[in-house]
Design a protein around this ligand. Structure first.
Ligand code: ZN
Length: 369
């Protein structure tokens, strides 16, 4: 029986750089944190992988590393002069291009490996080697513009994976569902004028970037209508996220009829994230995964690939990730939610949920769904 692929590499956890406290550069009045650095650090990812290991779920998966994305793969998305500059800076000891994207010596190779994990995960599912897959890519990718890395994202992992799959003749049309709490501005920009990639982003409105992700941004030229932004106010919980999938994102994906659904899987919509203000629980992520899988069963032969994006609660993210991967694998192994009582009690009340529901109904009308 085909297994769920789990693509990871210890080397991706070695991506490092930057003198920051949260996203504030050190200096002046900003004291260094004891734990140090940007919130995008290895710990969340490593703890997630470790949890899969201790519960025994990892042993049920087809666990692999991948070949790094090659220059040819990267160049389908990023201009060569940007790649050359990135490589030279990386060889010389590291630095920073763009915004909040510091890297150390060898950062270029690690970013190419991160993209390679996404590329191979998608290829293996399209080729039928894995029934579905999760790529624990790091650094993340969904904010990265062709020539401007930002928001911890150094290369556009998902776009690189899609272009590689298309070049290899493995698929023609792809839907990207981005439930990272921040706007997938990189994916949006790369595919904005294209009708072969549906780009959907559910995010906290104007969280990051501060000025993108508006509902009116629907794509341009041939891509008009192929970009859907679903901005939500702070404080949305499981019910609103599930309704946003059920009423907006999944009907749009069904109508688009892709060869595979790729989820830009961030866990920063969780209640404990330092960079956002949403209330999605372990069970919420599990149910969202189930919804996506049901849609994939209906339209694209179960082909779902998840690529890790953000999520900065070191303690809580591993449980969210475990639930998602157990669902992908159809496994009974359950790490539970140690904070279930608290996160359940803190869900928005009926009045707030009605407000959110009205907003989604307005959006559905706007999208013609
Ligand atoms: Zn994020």
């Amino acid at each position: 029986m085909k297994k769920t692929g789990f693509y990871w590499d210890e080397k991706c956890f070695w991506h490092a750089g930057g003198n920051f406290a949260l996203t504030m550069p050190l200096g002046g009045n900003v004291q260094p944190l004891a734990a140090g650095g940007l919130p995008e650090n290895p710990e969340t990812k490593r703890r997630m992988k470790n949890l899969l290991d201790v519960t025994g779920l990892l042993a049920k998966l087809d666990t692999q590393s991948a070949t790094s994305a090659q220059t040819e793969d990267l160049a389908r998305v990023h201009p060569m002069d940007f790649l050359n500059k990135f490589k030279a800076m990386s060889d010389e000891g590291g630095g920073e291009l763009g915004l909040r994207t510091p890297f150390a010596k060898g950062g270029y190779e690690i970013a190419a490996l991160s993209a390679g994990l996404a590329k191979e995960a998608l290829a293996s599912v399209l080729q039928g080697k894995n029934k579905n897959a999760y790529a624990l890519s790091r650094p993340p990718g969904h904010h990265c513009l062709p020539d401007f890395p930002n928001g911890f994202c150094l290369l556009a992992n998902i776009a690189i994976a899609i272009e590689a799959a298309k070049a290899a003749g493995l698929g023609q049309r792809f839907a990207v569902l981005d439930w990272d709490v921040h706007h997938g501005n990189g994916t949006e920009a790369i595919f904005y004028d294209r009708d072969d990639v549906l780009s959907i982003s559910i995010h906290q409105e104007h969280n990051y970037p501060l000025d993108s992700g508006d509902i009116e941004d629907r794509g341009e030229g041939a891509g008009t209508g192929c970009n859907l932004n679903i901005p939500l106010p702070p404080g949305c919980g499981d019910a609103t996220y599930l309704a946003a999938l059920e009423q907006l994102a999944l009907p749009a994906i069904r109508a688009f009829n892709p060869d595979a659904i790729i989820v830009a899987c961030g866990f920063d919509a969780s209640p404990f994230d330092p960079l956002a203000h949403m209330l999605v629980t372990v069970d919420g992520f599990r149910q969202m995964t189930r919804q996506v899988m049901e849609m994939a069963a209906e339209i694209c032969d179960d082909k779902v690939v998840m690529v890790h994006e953000g999520g900065y609660s070191e303690a809580y993210v591993p449980f969210c990730g475990h639930a998602v991967i157990a669902e992908l694998a159809g496994s009974e192994i359950d790490a539970g939610d140690p904070l279930e009582a608290a996160v359940t009690a803190r869900q928005p009340n009926a009045r707030m949920q009605a407000f959110h529901q009205d907003l989604l109904a307005e959006y559905a009308q706007y999208f013609g769904l």
